[in-house]
Design a protein around this ligand. Structure first.
Ligand code: ADP
Ligand code: MG
Length: 725
């Protein structure tokens, strides 16, 4: 009897051209469809009475409190707008601490006396929901006896419609809080941090006579992801359960030829991307860039930046749409930070800047940064913020998935540092010495032939190895994981920036008592730069020397999640969050608890999945192959042909099988242990015992994959999954 279906999956990936645009879709008009499924301000303005619109606009642009009459009027407009687009239901759409989004749909339909029904939606329903949702992680903020949870409308992020062939739902971005008003989500602290940044930013801008109504942070996150055929996905319990492959020998050809990176995009994948983009355009998400990434099967999509709260919502929508549309093309979109060992993992480079609400970018150095005091003030604030809170930045990107990536010579190291580029590096050396004079120039780049135009050369090069890099007019936080929400990292950036700005304003006030503005400012820049100079690093972040050098500089090197997470709730960081009313001590501790728990559960699932795949898939196939070898040996013996070679194969296989069974036994024993009563002890047990046991099993299994007859191997291999589409 045929042992298993090794080649069925490959056969099922029928035609590489699978999935195509339906005829006529090709000519869709971007300008026409952009935002048609989002309730944008212009639409609201057109539909609302003038006075109501004015009040709502105040809430949206100036964060003025919302009045209930306004909510009623907006609710009617929203309902009409949504039902015109076929919506039958609405949901408060929120972002619990799972890092995903949540929704619970309610119908607009209310039966009337005549046996029919009307569509109703009130301001109360718009403003507040009570989804219960008590099963979401609360990290102790919500004991079951007071388990109420509320969602509250966020008027600053546009409502939108999610639809498929069978219907449509109005989604209203909301915050999610406990009965006591404690934040159970990622949006609430992000909004609070935006408020803190606004205050500090406006305070600073006064010195520079910049007239601004609000200071905001802007975010554009580049999303990396993998695509594999659905047929392969479902034959890999590890991908289904853990989101990453727990087995898999690295194929002879990986990414070393760089033939995938920026390569011509395969048709099926391009169709998928076009479809994703179309849906995102309709939702008003301004996606801009697409390309093949480094690893085979890896891609990237990036939007145009927006204010942080809207960008964070849109980033979630982007992940949802990427996953959803993939199914239409019989593909699965994998967002894990390291789905395939030995190949590049996926990150989410989070580009961040600070600007006025009129769009004046405060991180724009201009042509002569050395004389751009406004820029230098804000840039110096970033330097001091990142140095002072490197631990916090490290902690909020810590996850079981990102542990595989950080420091693995393809992503930034676990050491947080800042890359400024040549020009700014030079300027900061001048500032440090207290003698700020000039800016290095980029100049023109001659290309050696008159046919090509001379290119303006940037004054600073790029550095792929830095976790936090200045890239022209924004900072790029490159260590963020591909699967995580950008909200918390951005919340931290906004908050530490607020503190740094305030601190520099305090220093400036002190100096201004006895000096003119320019002298005072230069003194402060020098003072702050000197204190935080060790965070600046322009060299190769992947090198061993940097590990040593960073230690000498006193920079933290928190290699794994369990090393980093405790810093989240350090006294310093707790005081910071409390001072800026971003997270209370209880809210902060709840996050620590939740992240530790997520780590524990994530690894626990991996440990159990590994053991069961070995038990039910790998061991049986090795035994079947051995059985075939044994039959050959038997018959060879009887018939008298040479069997020494076959015997060697069988011996080797049998001894590897023994080793595998033993290692898996050890893993099963560790899986059965709890390691303690607290989540923290359980998580530690995962780190110190389960992960090594799992690695041992994998090592042997991956060797076996190279040794067992291909048609006996019980799951799709890397070369199947990554190269066949
Ligand atoms: P690069 O990484 O090559 O600089 P882009 O200029 O396209 O590429 O920017 C990458 C991402 O950075 C995009 O999502 C872009 O919208 C975002 N970005 C650009 N300017 C800003 C800004 N001022 N604030 C936040 N994000 C920005
Ligand atoms: Mg970039």
């Amino acid at each position: 009897s045929k042992s298993f279906k090794r080649f069925d999956a490959i056969a099922a990936v029928k035609s590489p051209g699978n999935g195509s645009l339906s005829p006529g879709d090709k000519s869709f008009d971007i300008l026409h469809i952009f935002g048609e499924n989002a309730l944008h301000l212009t639409e609201l303005k057109a539909r609302l009475p003038k006075q109501i619109w004015k009040e709502l606009k105040k809430t949206i642009t100036e964060n003025a409190p919302l009045n209930p009459d306004v909510a009623d009027a907006v609710a009617v407009v929203m309902k009409n707008w949504a039902t015109e687009r076929g919506a039958t239901h609405y949901t408060h759409w929120f972002q619990p601490l799972t890092g995903h989004t949540a929704e619970k749909h309610d119908s607009f339909i209310t039966p009337n006396q005549g046996g029919g029904a009307v569509a109703e939606f009130s301001g109360k329903e718009l403003i507040q929901g009570e989804p219960d949702a008590s099963s979401f992680p609360s990290g102790g903020l919500r004991p079951t006896f007071e388990a109420r949870g509320y969602t509250a409308w966020d008027p600053t992020s546009p409502a939108f419609i999610m639809e498929n062939e069978n219907g449509a739902t109005l989604c209203i971005p909301t915050a999610f809080v406990s009965w006591k008003g404690e934040a159970l989500d990622h949006k609430t602290p992000l909004l609070r941090s935006a408020e803190a940044l606004n205050k500090a930013g406006l305070r600073a801008l006064k010195y520079f006579d910049v007239d601004a109504t609000r200071v905001v942070s802007t975010v554009g996150a580049e999303q990396e992801y993998f695509l594999i055929d659905k047929e392969f996905f479902y034959r890999r319990p590890d991908l289904v359960m853990a989101g990453r492959s727990l087995f898999g020998a690295v194929p002879p050809k990986g990414q070393e030829l760089d033939d995938h990176y920026f390569g011509s995009i395969q048709d099926r994948v391009l169709s998928y991307m076009l479809d994703v983009e179309k849906e995102l355009y309709r939702l008003g998400v301004p996606v801009k860039t697409r390309h093949n990434e480094v690893a085979p099967g890896q891609y990237e999509i990036a939007p145009i930046f927006e204010t942080s709260n809207v960008a964070a919502d849109h980033q979630q929508l982007m992940m949802i749409v990427l996953r959803k549309v993939a199914r239409k093309y019989d593909l699965v979109c994998i967002m894990h930070e390291k789905p395939f060992a030995g190949l590049n993992g996926s990150g989410k480079h989070t580009n961040w800047s600070v600007s006025t609400s009129d769009g004046m970018n405060l991180m724009e150095p201009g042509n002569d940064p050395h004389s751009n005091m406004l820029f230098l003030f804000f840039c110096t604030a970033v330097i001091s913020a990142v140095h002072k809170h490197q631990d916090l930045l490290r902690a909020v990107i810590a996850s079981a998935g990102n542990d595989h990536r950080l420091g693995a010579n393809e992503a930034p190291p676990a050491i947080i540092s800042i890359f400024l580029g040549d020009q700014l590096d030079d300027i900061y050396a001048q500032i440090k010495s207290g003698d700020l004079k000039s800016s290095k120039k980029g100049g023109l780049l001659g290309l050696g032939t008159p046919v090509l135009p001379a290119l303006p050369k940037h004054a600073g090069d790029r550095n792929r190895t830095s976790p936090f890099a200045f890239t022209g007019n924004k900072f790029e936080f490159r260590a963020v994981g591909s699967a995580q929400s950008v909200s918390l990292p951005v919340t931290v950036l906004n908050t530490i920036m607020s503190e740094a700005i305030d601190h520099m304003c305090d220093l400036l006030d002190e100096q201004l008592k006895s000096a003119d503005f320019e002298t005072a400012l230069k003194t402060v820049l020098t003072q702050v730069t000197n204190a935080h100079y060790p965070i600046l690093f322009n060299g190769d972040g992947y090198s061993d020397e940097w590990q040593e050098e960073a230690a000498k500089r006193g920079l933290l090197n928190l290699k794994t999640t369990m090393d980093a997470l405790p810093y989240l709730k350090s006294d310093d960081n707790a005081a910071l969050f409390e001072k800026y009313s971003v997270l209370s001590k209880a809210e902060l501790e709840s996050r620590f608890e939740i992240f530790v728990d997520q780590y524990f559960k994530g690894i626990n699932i991996e440990g159990e999945t590994t053991a069961s795949m070995v038990q039910t898939m790998i061991i049986p196939s090795v035994i079947r192959y051995l059985n075939e070898l044994a039959a050959t040996l038997d018959r060879g013996d009887k018939l008298g042909f040479a069997i020494a070679g076959t015997k060697r194969v069988a011996d080797h296989l049998a001894s590897e099988l023994d080793a595998l069974i033993e290692a898996n036994g050890a893993l099963i024993a560790q899986n059965a242990e709890l390691g303690g009563d607290t989540e923290h002890e359980k998580a530690e047990h995962m780190r110190t015992n389960v992960i090594p046991a799992m690695n041992k099993v994998r090592e042997i299994a991956d060797r076996l994959e190279r040794y067992v007859a291909d048609d006996y191997w019980p799951m799709p291999t890397y070369k199947d999954m990554l190269f066949i589409k």
